[in-house]
Design a protein around this ligand. Structure first.
Ligand SMILES: Nc1ncnc2c1ncn2[C@@H]1O[C@H](COP(=O)(O)OP(=O)(O)O)[C@@H](O)[C@H]1O
Ligand SMILES: [Mg+2]
Length: 247
């Protein structure tokens, strides 16, 4: 284990009945890097996020975060330690305002109203949502709701941020704006794992890429190395109906 490592996943298996959704997955994330996590639909990317962030206790294997064994800790404990995540299906509290939704994230990390509000406003400015602060979350379009999802995760002032398909369904301009936002977040010293189907986003953002296929890690390396890896190309060619831009 290197000292700059913020997260270590070791030998994780996740079984759902007869399905082995993750098979012996190990990876480590270095402080300050953007790690891209890719793979065809159903490869186990979201399941791995669920294991890392405490929504699933793995059938086997372990997760270490900030040097501590955290396998099986509940999500709120991991959030309080500084792990933020977004969900692939965004579900803001529709009747609450944008600010209130972000405050919920802030309160995962502090019980001081003042601190929570300061943090929420800072996050709203960073994500470009400040002009919409007092509107109900339900009034945001998809791009806005995806941004709110990132803002909620950022509001807890994370050390590690897990982003699950935050550009899915966005148009090219909205996608570029989100890529810029992710870079700004990284420049603030936050380590990021990005799950994304849009290949140019992964290639443009990631320092390193891990590829899953049928629950197994099939490749790991620099974006260009991984993109030309025959096993990776075969996995994507074998994918039925997915893998294209915009998925
Ligand atoms: N809670 C669950 N119960 C049963 N099967 C699940 C559950 N979550 C995911 N799966 C299955 O695990 C596999 C991996 O899913 P997922 O992690 O969502 O893939 P990805 O995010 O890479 O598209 C799929 O076959 C999916 O149907
Ligand atoms: Mg997924």
């Amino acid at each position: 284990m290197s000292s700059g490592s913020i997260l270590q996943v070791e030998g994780v298996h996740q079984r759902f009945g007869g399905l082995l959704a993750l098979q012996d997955v190990s990876l480590s994330v270095e402080e300050g890097e953007i790690l891209g996590l890719i793979g065809p639909n159903g490869a186990g990317k979201t399941t791995l996020f669920n294991v890392i962030s405490g929504y699933l206790r793995p059938t086997e294997g372990s997760v270490r975060f900030l040097g501590k064994e955290v396998t099986g800790l509940p999500p709120y404990r991991l959030a309080a330690m500084g792990m933020g995540r977004t969900f692939q299906i965004v579900r803001p509290f529709p009747k609450l305002t944008v600010l209130e939704n972000v405050l919920i994230g802030s309160f995962l990390r502090t019980s001081s109203r003042r601190e929570a509000e300061d943090r929420a406003w800072e996050t709203l400015h960073l994500t470009g949502l400040a002009p919409f602060a007092s509107r109900p979350a339900a009034s945001l379009n998809l791009a806005g709701r995806k941004r709110l999802e990132i803002a909620r995760a950022l509001a807890l002032n994370p050390r590690l941020l897990l982003l699950d398909e935050v550009v899915a369904g966005l148009n090219p301009a909205e996608t570029d704006a989100t890529v810029k936002l992710i870079r700004r977040v990284r420049d603030r010293g936050i380590t990021i794992i990005v799950v994304e189907h849009v290949m140019r986003v992964i290639m443009g953002l990631s320092d390193r890429v891990v590829v899953l296929n049928y629950g197994r890690k099939i490749a790991e390396g620099k974006p260009q190395e991984v993109a030309s890896d025959p096993a990776v190309i075969a996995a994507y060619l074998g994918e039925s109906g997915g893998g294209s831009e915009g998925r």
